[in-house]
Design a protein around this ligand. Sequence first.
Ligand SMILES: Nc1ncnc2c1ncn2[C@@H]1O[C@H](COP(=O)(O)OP(=O)(O)O)[C@@H](O)[C@H]1O
Ligand SMILES: [Mg+2]
Length: 311
Amino acid sequence: MTTAPQPASRPLRVLAIASGKGGVGKTQIAVSLAVDLAAQGRRVLIVDSDIGLANADLLLDVNPSWGLVDVARGLVPIEDAIIPTPLGPSLLPGKSANATELSDDEKLALMASLDSLGNSFDWVVIDTSAGLGDNPLFFASASEEILLITTPEPTALADTYATARALLRRTNRRRLSLVVNMAEDLHEAARVHERLNLLVKRFCAAEIDLAGWVAFDSSVHEAVMERLPIVVERPTSMAGKRLRALSQHLLKTPPSQIADSEVPSELRFFWQHVYGQASRRVPAEPASPDVEKFFGGGPLPRPTPPAGAPE
Ligand SMILES: Nc1ncnc2c1ncn2[C@@H]1O[C@H](COP(=O)(O)OP(=O)(O)O)[C@@H](O)[C@H]1O
Ligand SMILES: [Mg+2]
């Protein structure tokens, strides 16, 4: 593992990229954000926790030998599993030939290994798997900030709401952040945010902030075909610009999902602190029958984008 020597004065930020539905752009957004943050001098680690379907390595032009499961099983020290990438961030790969989930003991061992990295990084960006499984909920819960990714489709919205509700219940936080990907424009993203926020306010007594939006852009497909994130392959495309705006927004906005008093600046203490919450199992709750209707509803008025919404 190589990390550029830098003053370790910045507090660590641990950001999970999560979603209800698969294929909404989590990996593209996680890798693009990480690459852009690294381009701005931040020491960034991407943790690919989508164990079964890990593919962040494909967009980072690396060919890993070891992964997070090997670290969790004590087969390799974390320093040997983390690899530098030519695009800036380091990667803890997720690929595993024989696992899709981690046991509770393996999760603890992995957290202890991540703790041992001390202040080697400024940002840890965790690409999670989709849905309400134990693994994605664990990794998202164990993060200081959760960025929920959705597309405007009603199916994605219903899954995003179910995931938001599960995360809020599991972690006791009162705020989550949202990125609307593959949106037509800011108005559509604002409309999606408004619908989700309404539900979350009403049924979860919590709020969702709109952290950003990304346009549907065929350049993303072209970049993936070149095995590169859009911010590298087409930085000035619509999607590339929006993703760079998202990393700017995150850099400017301090994390707000967990009260300041509960976020110690040290990684070790932080993860130990959240582990209790992250491993807490909350019984499943049936989905509200109104939700599908709400998201499948007819035409909506165009709302004014919320104050402070990213342009
Ligand atoms: N803004 C976008 N515009 C067009 N296509 C996109 C956009 N974001 C992601 N995609 C495409 O969507 C697919 C799924 O993206 P991916 O990042 O792998 O999603 P996930 O990690 O959530 O499963 C990929 O084929 C990718 O090229
Ligand atoms: Mg993915």
